[in-house]
Design a binder for this molecule. Structure first.
Ligand code: DOR
Ligand code: ZN
Length: 434
């Protein structure tokens, strides 16, 4: 079966490509990109006209929480990977804080089997750094890698013990598997409900200072620099964090970083509504932080944008603020929220795709992030003009905890192709069977 995508504007940062071209998919891989690729008579070819659309390497979300095993009422591998393709993601990496924790190969293999059965986005498990994410004993990195884990992280639970982190970084480096660090000094953040600042004082909620994040980023950078190994920093939210990472990169430290759309679109003032859908870790910060995050994205300090999709049900969210769980969903809003950066001239479209596809693939060392001939036909088609209003009730995700409810967005994924197969489409395809 051949699939011919005609007339789209192809943006592929991996090839420095931005041109209106045709793209041919054969046997699940990209076989050719050319100005015009004719339909060959006699061969079974489905044709999709993408005039006016943007065609990019499939988006990769390097930080997702699927709740399976353990909390299937919030999300399953099936619903999470359906939400992924609806948001334009062809690959997602899922964090280890499931129940049981993904700290042994049977959980990693289980997630991979569920993903295979779901047949939606490609799912790459991230296994835990420490047993039970308890921060005491390292997991079996080599065994987990062999089982299919692409990275290691105690995300949700920071590794507070610096010696354990040093050992983790060195051991992971010898195996060529990245460590993703959730940077939080739990002594500084203890009891915190939101960002520490004017708004937390006004609302009478206990704050989490910026230092809780950047102290740990500075530590991880010190460890990576000392051992000459790499580290990836998850969900960067503060101005100081951006500065520390920028300086480390200048010195040649092998540090990469991601942020999430809510850290460049929302501030802690949103908390005035007292909605628990603005409660997450790290918390929404101040305007200065938002500006610094944008600057960090612009100058390359921040390599990637990840959703930190963290589904919770009304049982955890429709409670007093203090008792509400941390986390918000993001798979189905990430791209639209991130397109704001293009509108604001913070990033070019190509730079945005780099941060949502090419760079995550490089950091995790997974396939994707490119449309070079021979690569997997994982493709996202974006309609920049498509207007839509966020209604969580319509989401594929099982959870509804979005901070963007009712938000009017312009631009979204309209077609998602994984391995040459259409997994999501809201394109009208007159008369074309695909
Ligand atoms: O807000 C958050 N939610 N931050 C985390 O680090 C974990 C996540 C979750 O698993 O719910
Ligand atoms: Zn985290």
């Amino acid at each position: 079966m051949r699939l011919l995508l005609k007339g789209g504007r192809i943006i592929d940062p991996s090839q420095n490509m931005d041109a209106t071209m045709d793209l041919l998919i054969e046997k699940g891989t990209v076989s050719r990109i050319a100005t015009t690729i004719p339909e060959r008579k006699g061969e079974k070819t489905a044709v999709i006209d993408l005039t006016g659309m943007i065609l990019t390497p499939g988006l990769i979300d390097m930080h997702t929480h699927l709740r399976e095993p353990g909390h299937e009422y919030k999300e399953t591998v099936q619903t999470g990977s359906e939400a992924a393709v609806a948001g334009g993601f062809t690959s997602i990496a899922c964090m280890a804080n499931t129940e049981p924790i993904n700290d042994n190969r049977s959980v990693t293999e289980f997630i991979l089997r569920q993903a295979q059965a779901a047949g939606m986005a490609r799912v790459y498990p991230v296994a835990a750094v420490s047993k039970g994410e308890q921060g005491k004993f390292l997991t079996e990195f080599a065994d987990l890698k062999d089982a299919g884990a692409v990275a290691l992280s105690d995300d949700g639970n920071p590794v507070m013990d610096s010696r354990l982190m040093r050992n983790a970084l060195e051991y992971a480096s010898s195996l060529g598997i990245p460590i993703i660090s959730h940077c939080e000094d739990t002594n500084l953040s203890a009891g915190g409900q939101m960002n520490e600042g004017y708004t937390s004082t006004e609302l009478g909620l206990q704050g989490i200072p910026n230092t809780a994040e950047h102290i740990m980023i500075a530590r991880d950078i010190a460890l990576a620099e000392f051992s000459n190994v790499s580290v990836h920093i998850a969900h960067v939210s503060t101005a100081e964090s951006v500065r520390i990472i920028r300086e480390a990169k200048k010195r040649g430290v092998m540090v990469t970083a991601e942020t999430a759309p809510h850290y460049f679109t929302l501030t802690d003032e949103a908390l005035k509504e007292f909605s628990t859908n603005y409660k997450m870790y790290p918390p929404l910060r101040k305007n200065e932080d938002v500006e610094a995050i944008k600057e960090g994205l612009k100058d390359g300090t921040i390599d990637a944008i990840a959703s930190d999709h963290a589904p919770h049900s009304s049982i955890e969210k429709d409670v007093e603020f203090e008792y509400a769980a941390n986390g918000i969903i993001g798979l189905e809003t990430s791209l639209s929220a991130s397109l704001i950066l293009v509108k604001e001239n913070v990033l070019s479209l190509s730079q945005l795709i780099e941060k949502m596809s090419t760079n995550p693939s490089g950091i995790l060392k997974i396939p994707g992030g490119t449309l070079k001939a021979g690569s997997n036909a994982d493709i996202t088609v974006i309609d920049l003009q498509k207007k839509w209003i966020v209604k969580a009730d319509t989401f594929r995700s099982k959870s509804r905890n979005t901070p963007f409810e009712g938000r009017k967005f312009r631009g979204r994924a309209v077609l998602t192709i994984v391995g040459g197969n259409v997994k999501y489409s809201i394109l009208s395809l007159p008369g074309r069977k695909i």
